[in-house]
Design a protein around this ligand. Sequence first.
Ligand code: PGU
Length: 409
Amino acid sequence: MAHHSDSVFSQIAKAPEDPILGVTVAFNKDSDTSKLNLGVGAYRTEEGKPLVLNVVKQAEQKLVNNPSRIKEYLPIVGLADFNKGSAKLIFGADSPAIQENRVTTVQCLSGTGSLRVGGEFLARHYHEKTIYIPNPTWGNHPKIFTFAGLSVKTYRYYDPTTRGLDFKGLLEDLGNAPSGAIVLLHACAHNPTGVDPTIQQWEEIRQLIRSKALLPFFDSAYQGFASGSLDADAKPVRLFVADGGECFTAQSFAKNMGLYAERVGALSIVCKTSDVASRVESQLKLVIRPMYSSPPLHGASIVSTILNDSDLYNEWTLELKAMADRIISMRTQLLETLKAKGTPGDWTHIIKQIGMFTFTGLNAEQVAFMTKEYHIYMTSDGRISMAGLSSKTIPHLADAMHAAVTTMA
Ligand code: PGU
């Protein structure tokens, strides 16, 4: 007879669910028909359904119809055309850094894998092991960089009283960081706050970072989702690359191409010379090879097909703009509905914030109340995924928010 005490793992503790992905686990267990998942940042249609972009379907069809396609291992650094296209997308097609061969781009496992590979490369080869991340930030950032071997510190970012940027705090904290420290920056559509610096503020941040020889590491998970324009959302990154200095960028195609489960992304390192870039790439291969050997083919082939075909590319920009516009219209609708109900408080931050999320200001108790009484699922920090809403579900959310703020002020 086997007893549980026989297991070599009998002492193992049950781990808690992930703060973001665990929201979906709880949502899936709820049998109430009015339930609403506003936890994970994943786009839904007005009908509340996940969306496979039309250009993605077309690209997949092209791939399937191509008889010369094979399934050999990709190189350690991934699909060459995908890497070139990804770098052009974020840095601009006419970027001097690309033309001068100063950029190395490696295909990685979506945004998360790109951050992890970049973090581990820095832990092995860079003299300063501290990375400053914004407070708050995406919950996985501190874990990714800690396990990569870096030491994680935070800089002030969000001011709850103004529900805006704590620009003074940000400049003070980065000003006090040791010379050479790595700084994680959200390229656009800051998660979870939806609060981004203005372009003038970005310029001041750039000057401070360069004057202290800090190393910028951009996380670009939402290019195209903040404004609806791929170029506008890449401006902060391009500002840094234009000064000739070094910079890291982790790109994800999960959101802007709706390729969540394909795990397709890229890490680009902009160096000062092409010689340095090629040596950096040789070391990136040594990070990747023992981690997962080489990346998967399918998602990168889809992205590469779209980026390298002008018709598909143009159609993609329209589909992306439509997703961004629908999210923006959810913001105005939610604000109008709360106003019409006379819900106490100033809710204008809903339309001021950008990207997939609204950082509502609701506290953990109010969130728990909304989940229990209204079957609305969201992260306990009060973040809601605007992409999970529709005109039909906004009244239900507004009822729940109204009840939460009036009964548990
Ligand atoms: N960086 C930021 C700022 C993100 O918000 C996310 C995803 C990622 C990177 C990683 O995305 P990849 O899928 O690895 O490309 N954040 C979403 C999705 C759920 C999650 O936590 O992974 C979110 O809801 O915050």
